[in-house]
Design a protein around this ligand. Structure first.
Ligand code: ZN
Length: 467
């Protein structure tokens, strides 16, 4: 019989919004045409028996930073798109959302240049979050929405030199600034929203100095005490009240504490549109486990990796729909920056795209904390809905882009930073046995990565406009 489809994957377990289907999936012209039992699938030019493995929607990472790390700017962004998008696709991430470049220059031309750079260099599809730092930027919100931007990042949680390093004034984000920002987003588009880093900076700076004196060597446990849980609800409450009063959703990035999970749960129960995102690293590690396994300053992030009670609350939050997004906060820092005095080390998790799916399979699926269907929601569907990519992205169903990952959750191997595609050449999962490494990764029906290798010869990622 003549093949009638471009691609058919058979004999798998397909994770759909309606449950896991035994069978496979077909695609033509980059779009999914069939999901179902094997006999119902058309023969294809590329017809693959996946041997009972999981056929999963391509992961969408809502929180990455191309163009930041060792230096920042448009050249760094271009280089990062090339290397870090390979890391992404080898790890099963087929779409990423990255922040725009820092600094005070006008946002519209910058986002346009960032989009052009991604279209030239990225191996995965992408969206841009506009990083808002000056008062003038607020006047550009409507034009940014017209370019397809839905997410606007505000570096609340910083002041002084740290805020200045992002291009903010030393006061950081002020409440009146945030109020006006919320008004502009509300008026520009019903699905435009602010993303905030919510963590009180003043208490944090005070306690970091205290803990540095108390423990000069430093550890991730001391870092967690120096960046305590209550910093999150302190600032989340303020931001969520303003957003609710003005009438926009409020998206909190990298939720790390059980107190913030509970606060988001309560806000949602009141009908507020509060969105909780956490990081893969917070779902995998606790500070004490990471210290015991020698993660060191590679795990030094704000907010801090916290304790078992917090990790448990984050998994419960995913299970009950309080935490709906999972990202990595991926930054390309070179390995040279790791090591040395803990307190002097810069803050930021470094690379994570290439290990995110295996880390979630290992710590979540394989430990019974999450089902395949829940995993598909937090790693793909919810993110697509939040960023206005749904149903083009985020689900395995006819009509959607054929962004597909095939993996075996029962097969594990140790993570080795040197072997990953990120230019960072390290990982916070070094030597950890992770399961579910992707075997096949398709972006719009095209095989881009196989068993960790990039098989595509050229970047063919696209900027994805709103669905
Ligand atoms: Zn971030």
């Amino acid at each position: 019989m003549e093949p009638t489809a471009d691609l058919t994957l058979r004999n798998g377990r397909v994770v759909t919004p309606h449950g896991v289907v035994n069978g496979g999936i077909s695609a033509t012209g980059g779009r999914i045409t069939h999901v179902g039992a094997d006999p119902l699938l058309p023969r294809a030019r590329e017809d693959i028996d996946v041997g009972g493995k999981v056929i999963f929607p391509g992961v969408i990472d809502p929180h990455t930073h191309m163009g930041v790390g060792d230096g920042w700017g448009e050249e760094k962004l271009e280089a990062d798109f090339l290397t870090e998008s390979k890391d992404a696709v080898s790890g099963g991430v087929t779409t990423l959302v990255t922040t725009s470049v820092y600094g005070p220059s006008p946002r519209v031309p910058m986002v346009q240049r960032n989009i052009a750079s991604g279209e030239k260099n990225s191996f995965v599809d992408f969206r841009i979050t506009a990083l808002m730092v000056t008062r003038d930027h607020l006047d550009e919100i409507a034009d940014l929405v017209a370019l397809g931007v839905r997410s606007f990042k505000y570096y609340w949680g910083y002041n002084g030199p740290q805020a200045e390093s992002f291009g903010l004034s030393s006061e950081g984000v002020q409440t009146d600034y945030f109020w006006v920002a919320c008004e502009r987003m509300r008026d520009a588009h019903p699905r435009a929203f602010p993303m905030i880093h919510a963590e009180d900076p003043d208490i944090r700076y005070l306690l970091i100095e205290r803990w540095r004196e108390r423990d000069p060597t430093g550890s991730l446990v001391s870092w967690a005490h120096a960046n305590p849980n209550i910093l999150e609800p302190l600032q989340l409450a303020q931001a969520a009240w303003i957003a609710e009063e003005v009438g926009v959703p409020l998206y909190m990035v990298h939720v790390s504490s059980h107190e913030a999970v509970q606060m988001i749960r309560e806000f949602k129960a009141k009908g507020w549109r509060t969105v909780g995102e956490t990081l893969t690293a917070f779902l995998y590690w606790t500070a004490d486990e990471a210290d015991a396994r020698g993660v060191g300053s590679k795990g030094k992030v704000q907010p801090a990796i916290k304790f078992d009670e917090d990790r448990t609350a984050l998994w419960r939050g995913i299970a009950d729909g309080t935490i709906t997004q999972v990202g990595t906060d991926h930054l390309m820092y070179a390995r040279d920056e790791v090591g040395g005095n803990f307190w002097e080390k810069r803050v930021g998790l470094g690379p994570g795209l290439g290990t995110s799916l295996p880390a979630i399979v290992t710590a979540g699926l394989n430990r019974g904390r999450i089902t395949l269907e829940q995993m598909a929601r937090v790693l793909a569907e919810n993110v697509a809905r939040q960023y206005d990519l749904y149903p083009t992205k985020g689900v395995l169903q006819p009509g959607s882009d054929a962004d597909i990952v095939v993996f075996d959750p029962a097969r594990g191997r140790a993570a080795v930073g040197e072997d990953l595609h990120s230019a960072s050449k390290y990982t916070i999962y070094e030597d950890e046995e992770l399961f579910g490494w992707p075997d096949l990764v398709f972006v719009r029906g095209k095989l881009v990565a196989r068993a960790g290798d990039i098989v595509a010869t050229e970047p063919s990622g696209r900027y994805v406009p709103p669905a």
